[in-house]
Write a new protein. Structure first.
Length: 587
């Protein structure tokens, strides 16, 4: 009975989507030449069913859900003159099932102004995307994926759009920025200056001071020998705004280089690296004339590599060494995308005991509520199954070791292959003098089969594989041994022009045990909860069709099945089926 109800709701969703796609969504009147209106429209409907062993005995959880949204982002861009641009995005959104304005929201999603003064000075005020270096201000990599198959990208693009992820390491912030370029002659033909000031938290005037992030960089560039860059970023509490006596200071200063050792038409050999220092302090302003630091800790890092490019062979290789101090702390670089402490949006509690459902591969690919673009003043919680070698990205503290990276592509781009290998260890033991050792291997590839068989319509096979292992010696209590394997593969088969058949698979296994430290303010380890033991298998299988009306306008209909199991708790194995419908229109 439940299954028939599930398909009935899915059929209704398809009917509603068909009705919407046939209607007129936008009508534009004539606008001044210096005003442009475009944006994004989206219809999302998803029908979800909870099944598996657990659902057979669960008499309290609603196993069928139908939800979605209708959304329109209107982007208004105006240029009062050739040197100035103003842009805003107004969002109109309605929950699926909301009628006559019920469930509708209207909000300003983006607002900024930018321009150029004197043809050398650029400024930007309002919402902006900022990036400095991987150790100062940077967005860490995505959890739960190596090389995303095409069928899962639609979901990921929804998350990226909502959270302002651009795939280039930038962070969405609000404030002011300037860029200035100068010419300094033959030896240093170019000097680039950047400065910014943003606010990442407002004050309530009682318990929380405003928190600001400011800094900048000076880059010296020469086409013959390369570039040198000095970067400074400081995250701090503005105690003068309100009646506050205590706040944090987190300055990070680095020097990075990209030096050309050999450069000609056949090969290029560069040295690339960055080194610097961080401080984390708590300032006490009870006596403004003699402020004191109640907490003060510094540490350093270094990261250097040789990068070789063989131009005729289309091969790039990088070999490097990384040493990140145990107390190195950079709020702007170590804050994660996923907040593992947040409640899940769908099937948060399951079973007759109403236990919290553990975050899974399915949630990583679907649940927007667990993602954040904020900055955390403490190392955020992480799940060992989704990464333990570098849970906080390149700037993960307490790591030392070698890494090797490379990529290759054929002349016609019919084959693209990339690989990464790491051998890391802790610098300082946590709770013991024994050190953890980490091994990481990643492989990804795009195989464009249609280029091999001279077919005009695309056939592309993608592959991603990650193997990760962490171990520690010592006595029975100290020992850990955890192994994670993540496999991703997918196929995009263009049946006829613009009509794609998409299939994909994700499979993750995690086996072993580890200790996850409980971190408090200033990254102090407060405790080690009980040993974390895992023997999990999670898989996602998806199939669907996509029709591309034109660039940025498409209809995607797909089916997904997720299954999760634990060898130690087979009675609570469960699965999730979902039919996912997305009509996306960039205009």
């Amino acid at each position: 009975m439940k299954r028939s109800h599930y398909y009935l709701k899915t059929g209704l969703a398809l009917f509603l989507l068909w009705g919407m796609s046939g209607s007129s969504v936008w009508s534009q009147t004539e606008l001044p030449k210096n005003v442009r209106i475009n944006g994004l429209g989206r219809t999302l409907i998803q029908s979800t069913n909870l099944g598996g062993t657990l659902a057979e005995t669960d008499t309290t959880t609603a196993t069928d859900l139908l939800d979605g949204e209708f959304l329109l982002d209107l982007q208004v861009n105006a240029s009062p003159n050739e040197q100035t641009e103003v842009q805003s995005i107004i969002r109109l959104r309605n929950e699926f099932g909301g009628f006559f304005g019920s469930g509708m929201t209207v909000e300003v999603r983006e607002l900024f102004a930018r321009g150029v003064a004197g043809n050398i000075f650029k400024y930007h005020v309002g919402d902006m995307n900022l990036k400095m270096t991987p150790y100062t201000l940077f967005q860490v990599q995505q959890e739960g994926t190596v090389h995303q198959p095409e069928i899962f990208k639609a979901r990921q693009e929804l998350i990226d759009y909502e959270q302002f992820y651009n795939g280039d390491g930038t962070r969405r912030m609000q404030g002011a920025r300037f860029d200035l370029g100068l010419s300094a002659g033959a030896i240093l033909p170019e000097i680039n200056l950047t400065g910014f000031m943003t606010r990442i938290r407002g004050t309530d005037f009682f318990t929380l001071p405003s928190r600001l992030v400011g800094g900048g960089s000076v880059e010296l560039v020469n086409d013959r020998w390369g570039s040198l860059t000095g970067t400074y970023v400081n995250t701090y509490d503005a105690l003068a705004i309100g009646n506050f006596t205590a706040g944090i200071r987190n300055p990070v200063q680095t020097i990075s280089a990209n030096l050309h050792l050999v450069k000609n038409k056949k090969l290029a050999l560069d040295f690339v690296g960055e080194m610097g220092q961080s401080s984390i302090r708590e300032v006490d302003m009870v006596d403004p004339e003699t402020p004191a630091f109640t907490f003060d800790k510094d540490d350093t890092f270094g990261d250097g590599a040789l990068a070789l490019s063989l131009v005729p062979q289309r091969l790039n290789i990088k070999l490097g060494f990384r040493n990140i101090g145990p107390d190195f702390f950079s709020i702007g670089a170590q804050s994660k995308r996923v907040d593992f402490t947040r409640s899940l949006e769908t099937f948060n509690r399951i079973g007759n005991q109403k236990r919290f459902r553990q975050l899974s591969l399915w949630d990583i690919n679907r649940d927007r509520s667990i993602y954040t673009f904020g900055l955390s003043d403490v190392l955020m919680a992480y799940d060992s199954r989704f990464g333990i070698t570098q849970p906080y990205g390149q700037a993960t503290p307490n790591r030392r070791g070698l890494y090797l990276e490379g990529d290759f592509f054929t002349s016609d781009s019919s084959l693209n292959v990339g690989a990464q290998v790491m051998r890391m260890s802790e610098i300082r033991g946590q709770g013991t003098f024994e050190l953890k050792a980490f091994n990481l291997a990643r492989l990804w590839s795009d195989i464009h089969i249609h280029k091999w068989i001279n077919r005009e319509e695309a056939i592309t096979l993608t592959l991603g594989l990650q193997y990760e292992q962490a171990s520690r010696g010592g006595n029975d209590i100290q020992q850990i041994d955890l192994t994670n394997v993540l496999l991703e593969t997918g196929l995009q088969f263009e049946l006829i022009e613009s009509l794609d058949l998409l299939v994909g698979l994700k499979n993750m296994t995690s086996n072993g045990s580890d200790y996850l430290p409980q971190i408090v303010r200033f990254n102090e380890v407060r405790d080690f909860p009980a040993r974390y033991t895992v023997d999990d298998t999670e898989s996602m299988l998806a199939a669907g069709i996509r029709y591309r009306f034109k660039e940025g306008v498409y209809l995607n209909i797909q089916w997904e099945r997720f299954s999760g199991s634990r060898a130690s708790d087979a009675a609570n194995d469960y699965g999730i089926d979902q039919i996912f419908i997305l009509y996306n229109m960039n205009f």
